[in-house]
Design a protein around this ligand. Structure first.
Ligand SMILES: O=C[C@H](O)COP(=O)(O)O
Length: 271
């Protein structure tokens, strides 16, 4: 997001709520209903600031039914996708299934997939390709651990993740992409990277895309920050020039708190 002063953004801000392994399908319906009531009551303009939720797989059909039935203006997506097309892959969920459920987005390469399931950049690349084949918009997650940050290698590390995951993709495919910078040391810890840290990395990611895929691709690329985001720090991070949105974990499980994050502009105007 850019141009914070006149209310006009170069890119539509995206506020994404990753529920992780929380909320069953009934709780999902309740949360989405309440979130939509709060935002509608507050006259939230969903075209100006996009809102997306990422429930567990088992909730997606219920969320789809609610969103379609009530014509809710929010988007939803999945937290992961198989790199495979179909077949004997027990427990996997294909991009085609997600597409059929009306998912707009899918997270790829989240740090919890990387650390808990050993996913690497090559796997992120295969998942991105699978998602794109089925018309899903991937949100590629990148970011460094504490050791890398302390060694001062966070920019090179994160750019290497980006390059590995985007390997072989066309300029057109990269142009539609969303990339989330999530420093692992700031996830679920209460530690937040400062707005300067978020801006430094998002600027480096955008510059890298510009050098490889051209200025147009870089200008369209949406860059999110994730890691202990709350309504109290959202506005200051989003004020940064190259930060186009947020990937929110824990705080997205509380509809009032998440709605306050979505309405960050309100805080920009008042603080
Ligand atoms: O996907 C979301 C991120 O992992 C951030 O999670 P958090 O807001 O709970 O730190």
């Amino acid at each position: 997001m850019t141009s914070k002063t006149n209310g006009v953004y170069d890119r539509t801000p995206l506020i994404a709520g990753n529920w992780k392994m929380n909320l069953d399908h009934q709780q999902a319906v309740t949360l989405v209903q309440k979130l939509s009531w709060i935002l509608t009551d507050a006259d939230h303009d969903f075209e100006k600031v996009e809102v997306a939720v990422f429930p567990p797989f088992t909730d997606l059909r219920s969320v789809q039914t609610l969103v379609a039935g009530d014509r809710l203006p929010l988007m939803y997506g999945a937290q992961d996708v198989s790199a495979e097309e179909s077949g004997a892959f027990t427990g996997e969920i294909s991009a085609q299934f997600l597409s059929k459920l009306g998912c707009r987005y899918v997270l790829v390469g989240h740090s919890e997939r990387r650390t808990l399931h050993g996913e690497d950049d090559a796997m992120a690349n295969r998942k991105l390709t699978a998602a794109l084949r089925h018309g899903l918009a991937p949100i590629l997650c990148v970011g460094e651990g504490l050791d890398v940050r302390q060694a001062g290698r966070h920019v090179e590390h994160t750019l290497a993740q980006l390059r590995g995951a985007l390997e072989g993709l066309s300029t057109e495919q990269v142009t539609d992409m969303v990339v989330a910078y999530e420093p692992v040391w700031a996830i679920g810890t209460g530690e937040v990277a400062g707005p300067d840290d978020a801006q430094q990395m998002c600027a480096a990611l955008r510059a890298d895309v510009a050098s490889r895929y051209g200025e147009e691709a870089a200008a369209g690329l949406r860059l999110l920050y994730g890691g202990s985001v709350k309504s109290s720090n959202a506005a200051s991070i989003l004020r940064e020039k190259d930060v186009d949105g947020l990937l929110v974990g824990g705080a997205s499980l509380d509809e009032a708190e998440f709605a306050n994050i979505v309405r960050f502009e309100h805080h920009l105007l008042t603080d």
